[in-house]
Ligand binder design. Sequence first.
Ligand code: BGC
Length: 997
Amino acid sequence: MARDNIELARGKYTKVESPDESASPTLRPSLEASYRRSNDSNFSDEEDVDEFDPLNYDAGTLKRTKDRSSRHRSNIEPEPAYKKRQSWAKRWLVPSKFGCFLLSLFFACVFLLLGAGGFWAYKYKPPGAVASDKWYPAPRGGTDQDWADAYAKAAKMVRQMTLPEKVNITTGTGWRMGMCVGNTGPVERLGFPSLCLQDGPIGIRFARNITAFPAGITIGATWNADLMFEHGQAHGKEARLKGINVLLGPTVGPIGRSPMGGRNWEGFGADPVLQGIAAAQTIRGIQGEHVMATIKHFVGNEQEHFRRPWEWLTPYAISSNMDDRTLHEMYAWPFAEAVKAGVASVMCSYNQINNSYACQNSKLMNSILKDELGFQGFVQSDWLAQRSGVPSALAGLDMSMPGDGLKWEDGLSLWGPELTKAALNGSVPMERLNDMVARIVASWYQVGQDDKKKFPEDGPNFSSWTQEKVGLLRPGSDDVLTGVVNKFVDAQGKGKDAHKILARKIAAEGTVLVKNEGNILPLKKSGGKPKMGPKYRVGIYGEDATVNPNGPNNCPDRGCNRGTLGQGWGSASVEYPYLVAPDEALMAAFNNKTVKVSKFTTQEVPKLQKGKFLHNQDLCIVFANADSGEGYIQPQDQIAGDRNDLRLAKRGEVLIKQIASECGGDGSSPTIVVLHTVGPVLVDPWINLPGVKAVLFAHLPGQESGNAIADILFGAVNPSGRLPYTIGKKESDYGPSRKIIKSSFPDPLWGPQQNFTEGLYIDYRYFDKHNIQPRYEFGYGLSYTTFRLSSLMIQPKLPFFKHITVLPPPENTTVTAPDFNKSIPDAQEALFPVGFRKLKNFIYPYIDKVSDVSRTGRNTSVVTNETVSNPASSYGYQGGHPGLYEEFVEVSASLTNTGDRDGSSVVQLYVSFPQDYHDSVTGKKVDFPVKVLRNFKKIHVPGGNRRAEVIMSLTRKDLSYWSPERGNWVFPERGTYKIMMGFSSRDIPMKMTGTLD
Ligand code: BGC
C-alpha cells in the first residue's frame, strides 16, 4: 500500500502511456565503485573505470584482438615499403645477442622511466597542497530551540516513511525532470511535496512576469541593511507566488579574493562583514515570505576557471587551499552569519577545499557547518558538484542536486537507488539517512510551507524549459506527457508595492559617485547656458547607454555583452521583463524645450561624426562597462567566467579618452562617465583627464537602469552608495591573490592548486598592509552634501564585564535531536513496485532486485574505525556559541549633515586589534590586519546642520580572532584596541584606543 502511494508520488504522471514501454533499467556505477572512492574520499573521487573489456579479448590468450584483420591482410598483400625499411633492424637487432641486449636495455629504460614517472606522480605533492581533516560522524539536526517545533513535526512525519520515501526526498529527479532547475521527489502519502529549487539570487531565473532586480554587488554598494532586507522580501514573495520552495540565493562565495573572479557580482562585496550582514538580511527577507533561502557556494569558489573537473580538461577541480584562520575569519564568516539568521539550506561548491571536494568534505560540512555552527537546515550540492555516493553522505551532504550522477541528464545518480542500496547494506547508517530527511522536512516546516495560508502554491506554476503555456512535464526524459506548464502568474507587485519601485531605489542607492569636480552634478533638467545656439546640447555616448538591438534577453543567460549592462551572465541572471536603458531615460528627463539631446551609442565615434556629435556639445555623458559571469559560458574575448583584466570592455577606455578630450571640440565641455561594472575597473588611464568631471560606478542595476541613473544625475536621489571593494591604480596593487589560475601544470594529478597564502589580506586589508595608495578605497563614495562625525563614545556593555574571558565559556544546548529507528528495513520494501514503468534517465529511489544489495557496508568503517571527532565547545546552537554574538561594546557618535541638501551617509565601524599580541597558550605572535570592518549603518540626515545619533555595537566575535590551535574564537585579553568610525576605510575621523591588561 505504501509503495503504491510512493509510485504515484514519484512517478505522478508515469501512468500515462509513453512510446517506450520497455525502457531497460539504467546502467549505473557499482556500489563497489563508491566504496573505493570513499576510502580515499579526501583525494580521489572519480568513478573507477574498469578497463578490462571481455569482448575485446581473445579468450585463449587474453591478448587484444582488435587488429585481427590486419594480420590476415599481411598474408596477401605485397610487403609494404615500411617493412623493407625496417629490414636493417631485423638484421641487426633481432637475430644477434647484441641486438637482444639493446632491445632489453631499451625496454628496461622505458620501464624505469615509466616507473620513476609513476612514483613521482604518486609521491608528488604540489607546493602548499594540504589534506583536509576528517570529521565524523555527521552531527544531527534538531538541537536549536528555534527549530524545536519544526523538528518535532518533521520527526513525526519521517518516522512514518519507508526507505524509498526517505531517499526520494534527498535526491533530485534529474536535470529537466520537472519544472525547476532542481526538483525532489515527494512523499504524497504523508503530504510532503516535491520541492522546487530555483535560482536566485537577483530574481527568479527562467520565469516571466518577475522583477530583474539589481545584482548583489549593487545591493552591497547601497550599504543599506534595510534595503537588503527589502530585496530579500520582494525576491521571496516572487518566489512564493511562482511556487518555488527553495530559492538558490543569496551568494556570498565568491567573496572577491580576486577582483577578476567571474561571479563576484552575485555577492555583496570584498569583505566578510559586509557580505555577512547583507546575506543575513536577505535571508530574513526571503524566509519571512515562507520560502527557504540557500546560502551559496560553501566555500572557496573564488574563480570560475577549473571550478569543475573536466570542464577545463583537468580530471580534478581546483583546490582552494586555506588555513583554518583564513577559513573562519574570511570565507566562512558570511556563512556563519547566514546560519545565525536561520538559513534553511547551504549549497556546497564545485571546487575542492584542501584537496577534498566541498560536497564530500567532512571537515567543512560535519565539523564547521553542522557542529561548530550548529546548522539545522540541509546541505544541497551545487549542480553536479557531488562527486561520490557514500562518502558525500557520510561527510554531511543531505540533498543531491539535480540528482544526476557525474554528468548532466545521465540518469546515473550517485544517490537515488544507490543511496537505497547503501542504506540497505549499512554503508550509510540509517541514522545518517534519517537525519538527512529530517533536516529537509524540518526546514520545510520551519518556514511554514505546510500551512496553505502561508504558502498556498501547489507546485511551480512556471517552466524553466519553455515559454509556451503547454509543454512537456519532464523534458529531460522520454516522457511525452504534456500539461499547462506556464501560468504566467504576475509576481511583480502592484501599485505602491510594485517591486520595480524597490529595484529602482536599490539601483540608485547602489550607484557610487567617485568624482564630482566643481560639483558638476547634479544636473539641471533644463540644461545650462548653451555655448552656441538656442539649446543646451547634450551628447550620450557608448553602446552601454542603450538596449541591445536584438532585445535585452538576446543571449541565453545573458551570455554576451551587447547594449547596456544590467546583470552579469550565468545561472544568477534572469529574463528582463523590460529594460529601461540610460539613453531612453535621459532623453525623457531633459527638458526638450531647452535641451537638445543626441546620442551615439556605439563604441566608435568616427571622425565624420565629430562635428555633429562631439564638437558642439555643452555636455557629454559616456557609458562603458565590464562584464563577467559563470564558467559554463565563454563570451567572445573573455575567459570562461572570469575577467581577463580590470580594464573596461570593448575599448571603453579609448572611447572615454576620445570623448573627454574632444567634447565641445577640444575637451572644454565637461564629460560625465557612467560605468556599469561587475566589480572594480582601473580608471587611472583617464580619471585625471581635465575633461572628466564626474564618474559614477552604477554597477549592475537590473531592469530600472535608466531611471536609476537619471535619479542620481538629476539629484532626485542624493548619492549614498559606497564602494564595496577597492579601486586600485594598477592591477598589481591587488597583490598576487588577484591572479586567476589558468594553467593546471604541474598539478593535473591533484587538480590545480590555489593557495590562499595571503590569508586575511585581500582588498583593502592588502592595500593597508602594504601601504598602497588606492585610487578609491573600500567604503568610499561621494554625496551631494557633506557630513561630519563628532562625539565618539564607547561603552562596554554588561556581558563584557560578566564574561571578560579569553574564550566564550563552554555552553551546550539542552535541546536534543529527535531519535529514529536505526534498524535497516527489509530490502523488499525498496523494490520497484510491480508493473512500474520507468522513464528514461529519471531518478527513482527504488532498486530492481534484492540481490543488487550484495555487500555488507564497508564504508561504515569511515565512521566506526576512526576516533569519533570531538564536538565544538558550543555544540548545537544555530550560528555557533551564543556568547559570540553577545554585544560587548556600544559605539556611538553624532552625525551632522553640514550641507544644504538632505542626504544619507554610511558610517563605518572599523577595529584595529592589538598589534603586538602573543597568544597566551601558543606563545605565538598573532598577526592582525591594520583594520577590519566590523559594522556599518546608513543614516539619513536632513540638510542644514541637522544631526542624528549613530549607534552601533561590537560583539565578542567582532573583537576576537580564530585560533586554529585552540579551535575557538579568542578575545585578546591584553593590548591596545583601536575603535574607529569613519566614512570609508581611509577616511576615519573618529578613533579611540583602549588598552586591556
Ligand atoms: C551554479 C549555482 C546554481 C545552479 C543551479 C550552478 O551552475 O553554480 O549557483 O544555483 O547551477 O542553476
